[in-house]
Write a new protein. Structure first.
Length: 234
C-alpha cells in the first residue's frame, strides 16, 4: 500500500480519525485536571541506646545497627524484595507510580550494587491526595516503632538499653508534584502524534475490511474447463 492509498483510505474513513482524536482529547483533559500527585520521603534513623542522631558516634553506621534496621524494613515489607533504581536519589513517582508505598533501607548504591551507609529506613509514599499520603505515613511510622520494640522486647527488656529510632524532622514534609508547562506541551504533542498514528492505522484497517467484504468473490467462480469425448468438446 502506497502513501497515496493510505491518504485516500484516511479521507474515506475520516470519522475514525475524528473518533480517535476525540478520545485522545478526553484523555489529555483528564490528565490535565488530575492536579498532580503528592509524595514524601520520610526517614527513620536507628542509633545505639542512649544516643541521638546529633551525636558523632551514635552507632547509626554500625554494621549491627544497620542489620537491625534492615530486618525491620524486611518485616514491614513482609519479606518482599525492594526494587532498586539506577540512582539512590531517584524519586518513587519517577518510576511512573501514581499510588504506592516503598519501605527500604537507605541505599546509596544502584540497581547493580547495594551500599547501606547508615541504619536509616526510608519510607517513600506516592498518592493522589495529601490526606492519603499522610495517613499512610503515620501508619508506617507506627508499624516501624512497633516492630522495633517487638524485636528487642525479649533480648532487651529495659527500654533504656534498646536501639532507638528517630524520625528526621524535615523528612516528614509532603510535597505536591505537578508537571511544568513545557512537560505538558510535550505530553500533549506526544499524545497528538500517537493519536494520528493510531487514527490512520484504524482508518486504513477499517477501509480494507469494508472493501474486502463488498468486493465480489472470485475464488471458485472461474469458468470450468470443457470435457472432451473422443476429441469433441461436450
Amino acid at each position: 500500500m502506497t502513501v497515496r492509498d493510505i491518504a485516500h483510505a484516511s479521507f474515506r474513513r475520516w470519522y475514525v480519525l475524528v473518533l480517535v482524536f476525540a478520545l485522545m482529547a478526553l484523555l489529555a483533559y483528564a490528565l490535565h485536571r488530575d492536579g498532580g500527585t503528592f509524595t514524601t520521603r520520610t526517614a527513620v534513623t536507628f542509633t545505639l541506646p542512649a544516643a541521638t542522631t546529633l551525636m558523632a558516634n551514635n552507632g547509626s553506621n554500625d554494621s549491627s545497627v544497620i542489620a537491625f534496621a534492615g530486618a525491620i524494613a524486611s518485616e514491614v515489607n513482609r519479606g518482599k524484595p525492594v526494587a532498586n533504581y539506577s540512582s539512590a536519589d531517584a524519586p518513587y513517582y519517577g518510576a511512573g507510580v501514581r499510588e504506592g508505598v516503598l519501605v527500604s533501607l537507605r541505599n546509596e548504591g544502584n540497581q547493580w550494587m547495594a551500599v547501606f551507609p547508615s541504619a536509616t529506613i526510608e519510607i517513600q509514599i506516592v498518592g493522589p491526595t495529601r490526606e492519603w499520603v499522610e495517613a499512610r505515613q503515620q501508619q508506617l511510622l507506627t508499624q516501624i516503632a512497633t516492630v522495633a520494640g517487638a524485636q528487642q522486647s525479649l533480648a532487651v527488656p529495659t527500654a533504656e538499653n534498646r536501639i532507638t529510632g528517630t524520625v528526621e524532622p524535615t523528612s516528614t514534609r509532603i510535597d505536591k508534584i505537578v508537571p511544568s508547562r513545557v512537560t505538558e506541551i510535550l505530553a500533549f504533542a506526544a499524545m497528538g502524534l500517537a493519536g494520528s498514528i493510531l487514527g490512520i492505522w484504524a482508518a486504513v484497517a477499517l477501509d480494507l475490511a469494508i472493501r474486502r467484504r463488498s468486493a465480489p468473490g472470485r475464488l471458485g467462480r472461474s469458468r470450468p474447463m470443457p470435457t472432451t469425448w473422443g476429441g469433441i468438446a461436450a
